[in-house]
Design a protein around this ligand. Structure first.
Ligand code: GLC
Length: 739
């Protein structure tokens, strides 16, 4: 080796050691380490850290990039998604930490929405459990499995409130209510992020889709969202705020516009609200090419302008759009964006990579043994079965048809009765349908009598011979269990439905089964509330089971045979017809509230105003009675807490769980207020004959809202306090708040 080459070699070592020294100052804070590393970076390397590309392992959007390995090697891409398993992550991480100048490790993101390998109920189903501990455990296990498969970032929880079941993405959220949605958002963020970011069983959470995405006009995905700031802050904003305050590390922007400006370029949302008002310190990532799509929105002329609008609004990372990669350098040269803002964006990302411990050990999430032992473990399956049972909602149970006697002869009918592929629902991570327990398998595992099976029809097709076979087994049996519903891909992203009924052939076969005179239990599987008035009228019993995931068949059998007494409550109203949509419990009174004795009131002339099943509704195999709510003070001062006690009794013959709900109404305020708002709930277990006094505390914040001047606070005056087992069946008390 010549002298000059040797000198260069030594200088190289010294330089790298210097870089290594800067990077590996474990004693420094993540902030300090990020700043020191930032100081050594070229603009190209900085822009690489602001870039996120998908691999070709999954397609969750309209474009796929080739050559992502070269992007890593060149430093053009510092983060990946849709790539997992220890083997693949290790292979890609190696390129980043061995073949680039600064060896900055990659983030690996993935949509672990309701499970990685063990698949839990879809989030709307989990929301029906109203069990924050079970929901938190589901997220905890999902994170542990994802982290065992090389991932360190999930694009969850989705916390978008929605009042419109036509929108396919209601399956991903927590339904229509801001209070329930906020508690669930907190549980999921804490579940995903575990004890500490950097633990090898935890991943970065990503609150999405910020903001207001769940209110597209017509329920049509990606459509315009248009609402007042008050409406947004009262009904749609709380779960985002709750998730951020629970410590979510990242936030994802939404595809929609808000107040005329697409969220991905909306400085009010991303900087004024998220960062300044809420103090969010993590990083903001766009949704899939949502930056590029601002050209379609018509607020920018081209991709370069989209990048400038986004960075100046507060977006740190560009998902799949390759805009920062292609144009940011030029934008800096033209003075359209500031280097200081680029540095701040890079700093936010590097801080989290340091917090994750990736610089100390870029392969810390790549342990083959952990991957083998954690994924789909018996404990994880048991947890999935537990929350799956708790997510089931008993909508009807005439003459106590359920639970079934195990010795009875059962005819199991329907396109979903033996199906596995649909059970993992949409956004099913790395789930494998073959790992699922079908309803047929679950029922046969627990039944003592004969279980006959016929599909009876497909999702959309009927055949005479199929129907005849189904009616034949029905006539031979004591009871029919019909398992019907949507296909999983009929909900989720880009899957809005203008007609939210059950596919016609399935409704037709149900009516034929009822005509046999045999009692019919309907097991519904769906990703959204469905309009099922005919089924509600004709079925003997109805179980809403959503998409329950890997342990679906066992959980449904547990409920069918009474091994578990159903306790689920609807997180979203079920309309009688799509014509009622949007229909939700926390509506306002209007100037002409419905009055059956007057023509001139707010109503339909062809249908009741009330939904088929209201928010918070769900039956049990036992019954419960409620006392009147008892406030500890009838008159209380603004700022004083109010204690509410309600006694609940199990008046039936079986132990059961009840979600006791607390609603509030502000009777006179400076702006119109909902006729009721959920402000508390407690899920309690009661033995037959047992009574429990359930206590709630109402604080001034609980009674606060965005007043006429848009300040947040409570206003003195009369309030109605309501408690009950659902939003429509409550007992009331009045209290007076004074100055
Ligand atoms: C999709 C979804 C978003 C998801 C992202 C990455 O378009 O809107 O929820 O996290 O792309 O897959």
């Amino acid at each position: 080796m010549g002298k000059s080459t040797y000198l260069l070699f030594i200088l190289n070592i010294l330089f790298f050691r210097n870089i290594q020294a800067q990077i590996y100052r474990p004693s420094a804070t993540a902030e300090q380490r990020a700043n020191e590393l930032l100081a050594t970076m070229t603009l190209d390397e900085k822009i690489g850290q602001l870039t996120l590309y998908t691999t070709d392992w999954g397609s969750t959007g309209p474009t796929i990039r080739e050559g992502y390995k070269n992007d890593i090697r060149s430093g053009a891409c510092g983060n990946l998604f849709n790539s997992h398993t220890v083997g693949f992550v290790r292979e890609l991480q190696k390129v980043a930490v061995e073949e680039t100048r600064l060896k900055i490790p990659l983030l690996f993101g993935f949509d672990v929405i309701h499970g990685y390998k063990t698949i839990f109920p879809i989030p709307l189903g989990e929301a029906a459990s109203w069990d924050m501990e079970a929901i938190g455990r589901s997220a905890r296990i999902s994170a542990a499995e994802a982290a065992a498969a090389g991932l360190n970032w999930t694009f969850a929880p989705m916390v978008d409130i929605s009042r419109d079941p036509r929108w396919g993405r209601v399956m991903e959220g927590a339904g229509e209510d801001p209070w329930l949605g906020s508690r669930i958002a907190e549980a999921r963020v804490r579940g995903f992020q575990g004890k500490k970011i950097g633990d090898t069983d935890a991943v970065l959470a990503c609150v999405k889709h910020f903001a207001g995405y769940g209110a597209p006009i017509g329920g049509r995905d990606y459509n315009t969202v248009d609402m007042s700031e008050r409406y947004f802050r009262d009904f749609y904003m709380p779960p985002y705020e709750a998730a951020v305050k629970a410590g979510a590390a990242t936030v994802m922007t939404s595809f929609n516009d808000y107040d005329g400006v697409p969220a991905t370029g909306n400085k009010y949302l991303l900087t004024d609200l998220l960062r300044k008002e809420w103090g969010f310190r993590g990083f903001i990532v766009t949704d899939y090419t949502s930056m590029n799509e601002m050209v379609n929105h018509g607020v920018v002329a081209d991709d370069k302008e989209a990048g400038e609008l986004s960075l100046n609004a507060g977006v740190d990372m560009d998902m799949q759009g390759a805009i920062y990669q292609r144009f940011l350098k030029k934008s800096v040269e033209e003075g359209k964006v500031k280097m200081a803002d680029i540095d701040e964006a890079v700093r936010r990302i590097l801080r989290l990579k340091f917090d994750l411990g990736l610089f100390e050990d870029p392969y810390k999430f790549c342990d083959e043994n952990r991957e083998k032992s954690v994924l789909l473990s018996p404990e994880n399956r048991a947890a999935a079965r537990d929350i799956s049972r708790k997510s089931i909602v008993l909508l009807k149970n005439d003459k106590n048809l359920l639970p079934l006697d195990r010795n009875r002869k059962i005819a199991l009918i329907g396109p979903l009765a033996d199906n596995k592929g649909e059970l993992i629902g949409n956004w099913n991570g790395a789930g494998n349908a073959n790992d699922c327990v079908s309803v047929l398998e679950g029922v046969r595992a627990q039944a003592k009598g004969e279980v006959l099976f016929e599909r009876g029809c497909s999702f959309f097709e009927a055949k005479k011979e199929w129907l005849e076979a189904a009616l034949a087994v029905a006539k031979q049996s004591d009871v029919v269990v019909a398992v019907v519903g949507e296909q999983a891909m009929m909900s989720g992203e880009a899957a809005a439905r203008a007609d939210i009924t059950l596919p016609a052939v399935q409704e037709e076969i149900l009516i034929e089964l009822v005509k046999t005179g045999k009692p019919v239990v309907v097991v519904l599987m769906n990703g959204r509330p469905l309009a099922i008035p005919n089924i509600a009228e004709n079925a003997g019993a109805i179980l809403e089971t959503w998409w329950l995931g890997t342990e679906a068949g066992n959980a449904i059998a547990d409920v069918l045979f009474g091994g578990y007494n159903p306790s689920g409550k609807l997180p979203m109203s079920f309309p009688r017809s799509v014509g009622q949509v949007p229909v939700f419990y926390n509506e306002k009174n209007t100037g002409r509230p419905f009055d059956p004795n007057s023509k001139w009131t707010s109503k339909y002339i062809d249908m009741p105003n009330a939904p088929l099943y209201p928010f918070g509704y769900g039956l049990s195999y036992t019954t419960f009675s409620y006392s009147d709510p008892k406030p500890d003070k009838i008159v209380f001062k603004k700022g004083e807490n109010l204690q509410i006690t309600v006694s609940v009794t199990n008046t039936g013959s079986r132990p059961g769980e009840e979600v006791v709900q607390l609603y509030v109404r502000d009777l006179v305020a400076s702006v119109t207020r909902p006729v009721r708002e959920l402000k508390g709930f407690q899920k309690i277990a009661l033995n037959p004959g047992e009574t429990k006094a359930v206590k709630f505390t109402l604080t001034e914040r609980d009674l606060s809202f965005y007043r006429r001047d848009m300040t947040f606070g409570a206003e003195p005056g009369e309030f109605e306090i309501m408690t009950g087992g659902n939003s429509a069946d409550v007992k009331k008390a009045k209290v007076l708040m004074t100055e």
